[in-house]
Write a protein that binds this ligand. Structure first.
Ligand SMILES: C[S@@+](CC[C@H](N)C(=O)[O-])C[C@H]1O[C@@H](n2cnc3c(N)ncnc32)[C@H](O)[C@@H]1O
Length: 271
């Protein structure tokens, strides 16, 4: 955990998401489940190369379903789950508006995916984007990881972008060096230490790849705030758009790994 980070109980976090689901976008026109649209695009682009036409995909903690719908264009089918029914309803409306016939959204809690396993064969790919960080303790996160792993077929993939403590601290160090104050972790998030996550994931998976998004984090969380100060930085700033495009189009290596808190793990399920 990040030092001095406040955390909330499972019930308080759920209440936060129930309230967030009341509006499709907030006062700034940002989606509550993916407030940084360019980071979201970078995460999706990092995952897409690992999707194949014949894949059956499970996206857990799918929110309004827009990422699931993007993935559905690349694969055979997608099941999107969220534990907030208002998000499931919004995702279903989004699917209908796009006439997407290979996507189904439903209720599901990452802490108990047994109903999904009873209804479906193991999936070729299981995805989480910022789902495990909503759990209240490391023990809950381990349970969520075990539930996710049990949904992946042997040889199938687990693609995960959560929130990594190490990169968050590294980002704040770079901000400090740039004369900027630290960004606080929101109380409904409990970030994960990469080393602990890798050790836990190693019980079920072999590591295939880790795609760093550190360049985008640096440009949006250090460069843009420095550029626009004393104005407040904006998630929809053109610098973020250009940074996300570069992050997706170029191989940027690990130069900004120290401040990468949103990179994508690619894991293969052991047999
Ligand atoms: C930060 S949002 C991300 C949504 C989506 N993955 C995306 O990238 O746009 C987190 C989502 O996880 C859902 N969530 C949180 N805890 C969950 C749990 N225990 N089981 C299932 N969904 C959960 C929330 O309702 C919310 O929709």
């Amino acid at each position: 955990m990040v030092e001095n980070q406040e955390t909330r109980s499972l019930a308080e976090v759920r209440e936060f998401w129930v309230r967030s689901a009341e509006a499709a976008v907030d006062g700034q026109g940002l989606r509550p489940t993916a407030r940084d649209p360019y980071l979201q695009a970078a995460v999706e682009s990092a995952m897409e190369p690992y999707l194949h036409r014949a894949d059956r995909v499970l996206d857990v903690g799918c929110g309004d379903g827009l990422s699931s719908l993007r993935f559905a264009e690349q694969v055979e089918s997608v099941v999107g789950l969220d534990y907030v029914d208002a998000f499931v309803e919004r995702a279903t409306v989004h699917a209908a508006a796009r006439s997407s016939e290979n996507v189904a959204f439903g209720h599901g809690d990452v802490l108990d995916l047994s109903p999904i396993r009873a209804a479906h064969q193991p999936f070729d790919v299981v995805i989480t984007i910022r789902c495990l960080i909503n759990l209240a303790s490391w023990e809950n996160q381990l349970q969520g990881l075990a539930e996710l792993a049990a949904c992946v077929r042997p040889g199938g993939l687990f693609l995960s972008s959560e929130g990594w403590t190490d990169g968050f601290q590294g980002m704040n160090l770079r901000r400090h060096r740039a004369g900027l104050g630290p960004i606080a972790v929101v109380p409904y998030n409990r970030l994960l230490e990469r080393e602990s996550f890798e050790q836990a994931a190693g019980a079920y998976f072999e590591l295939v790849d880790y795609v760093s998004l550190g360049f985008y984090i640096f440009m949006s969380r250090v460069m843009q705030p420095r550029l626009v100060a004393p104005e407040a930085p904006r998630h929809d700033h053109p610098l973020n758009r250009a940074a996300a495009e570069l992050q997706c189009e170029c191989v940027l290596g690990d130069e900004f790994l120290d401040c990468d808190y949103a990179g994508v793990y690619v894991y293969r399920r052991k047999g």
